[in-house]
Design a protein around this ligand. Structure first.
Ligand code: ATP
Ligand code: MG
Length: 341
């Protein structure tokens, strides 16, 4: 069967990029795939997290999945640390992956900055845990934002190297030819990389927002969303009527992409409507659209986190179901690697 896995780190407050690049895309996949959506709390602690904030944000992300329309009865929502097999498989992958592969990851270089001697070892090995998250469930499809593409390629490399290194043992144990599948990224449509509202060259991000006006948070109220959009950096030109007119106009392209994603339309369709008009017209239309989509999402998230009993039950049941699948893979991995059980 085809299976989807994806996750978000409780490392900061959820923003429009997380919503459009990930959460919103999780919903339609449920019709076609068996979906596993995780709150990846073990990834979050690769940089320091205050424990109380970590807990609160874990509930918030679970609430965001549910509010967006993920169905925890037919699919799985859980937090990573509740299924110990993630850490276990990540260790095996640490011994399959090469230092050089990790060192080439642009996210590590960005997050470590000039101070790479002083970041956690976990931050360096992060992609190995991410590969474990996906491959533990033999997931075939991974909906993520554009920024995760490189990590996903690494997960594919790890899967391939494991399959290759252990090929005789996989065959001897009767586990087929391709033990781990090659997971496919699902990165389609507009707004797969939402940029900062203050700087069209920087990704909107939980942990490095720079200015408060740069990021639309999912929990922002209507006035705040409107103010941030109206103050967003743009150029002075009118919108083009075709997508190629957005080249070299990073800020304009970003806002049009956001509009397209929020309205489930293509960039071309949005430009067919707004081409020739200035930001004086476009920004209020975008603000209104954003408030109409994000308002109900935030209201439902608030309702869910106000009484976390429901979320706790969903996470617990989700973890029980995930653990069952994960344990099956780990048993096979033990046989393949040569661990006695
Ligand atoms: P951090 O700054 O702590 O890395 P983040 O905002 O990048 O936080 P993650 O938890 O790393 O969020 O990523 C969760 C999901 O959101 C991933 O699928 C990622 O690709 C997606 N995502 C993050 N930022 C954006 C963005 N600006 N545009 C589109 N998708 C994004
Ligand atoms: Mg990130």
């Amino acid at each position: 069967t085809n299976r989807v896995f994806s996750g978000i780190k409780p490392s900061g407050d959820l923003h429009l990029g997380n919503y459009l690049g990930a959460i919103r895309r999780f919903v339609p996949l449920q019709q076609q795939y068996e979906c596993i959506y995780c709150v990846v709390d073990m990834h979050a602690i690769t940089v320091w997290q205050d424990p109380a904030d970590l807990r609160r944000r874990t509930y918030e992300i679970a609430a965001a999945y549910i509010a967006a329309g993920v169905d925890p009865k037919n699919h799985i929502i859980f937090n990573q640390s509740q299924v110990a097999e993630h850490a276990e498989l990540a260790w095996v992958f640490n011994c399959v992956a090469r230092m050089g592969w990790m060192a080439r990851m642009t996210q590590f270089k960005d997050k470590a900055g000039k101070n790479s001697e002083n970041v956690s070892l976990g931050l360096f090995a992060y992609p190995s845990l991410m590969a474990a998250d996906i491959l533990l469930y033999k997931a075939t499809h991974v909906p993520v934002g554009e920024d995760q593409k490189q990590h996903l390629e690494l997960a594919r490399d790890i899967a391939a190297k494991f399959n290759h290194d252990f090929a005789p043992s996989i065959a001897a144990n009767g586990y087929g030819e391709e033990f781990f599948p090659q997971p496919e990224p699902v990165i389609t449509g507009p707004a797969t990389r939402v940029m900062s509202l203050r700087d069209g060259t920087k990704k909107m991000s939980k942990s490095e927002s720079g200015s408060d006006m740069a990021t639309i948070y999912l929990m922002d109220d209507a006035d705040t969303i409107t103010r941030k959009i109206k103050k967003a950096k743009t150029d002075a030109d009118a919108l083009p009527s075709e997508a190629k007119g957005l080249e070299n106009r990073a800020e304009a392209a970003n806002l049009v992409g956001i509009y397209a994603a929020l309205s489930d339309r293509s960039v071309e369709a949005v430009l067919a409507e707004f081409g020739g008009q200035g930001f004086g017209t476009f920004k209020p239309a975008l603000a209104e659209l954003a408030v109409s989509v994000l308002g109900p999402q935030a209201a439902e998230m608030r309702r869910l986190v106000a009484d976390p009993g429901e979320i706790e039950a969903i996470l617990r049941q989700g973890a029980d179901r995930a653990r069952e699948l994960a344990a099956r893979t780990m048993t096979e991995v033990h046989d393949i690697v040569g661990f006695i059980r």
